[in-house]
Design a binder for this molecule. Sequence first.
Ligand SMILES: [Zn+2]
Length: 66
Amino acid sequence: MARKRKTFADKLAKSREQRGEVCPTCGETIKPIMVVTPTVSERSGAFRFRRSHVRYCSCNAEEIFK
Ligand SMILES: [Zn+2]
């Protein structure tokens, strides 16, 4: 797997996440969380987990945890 090269912009984005970004809609701190979704590969039929990073606050909490 190729390693992603870190740019200065990436570092800025990361430090912003650590400080905590506030959602303009609900006023809560946006938390970056990792969501693991079990999926079945259509090609091989193998069972695997898909990981995605989601920015979580009250606005999308129901959508993520339904
Ligand atoms: Zn929100």
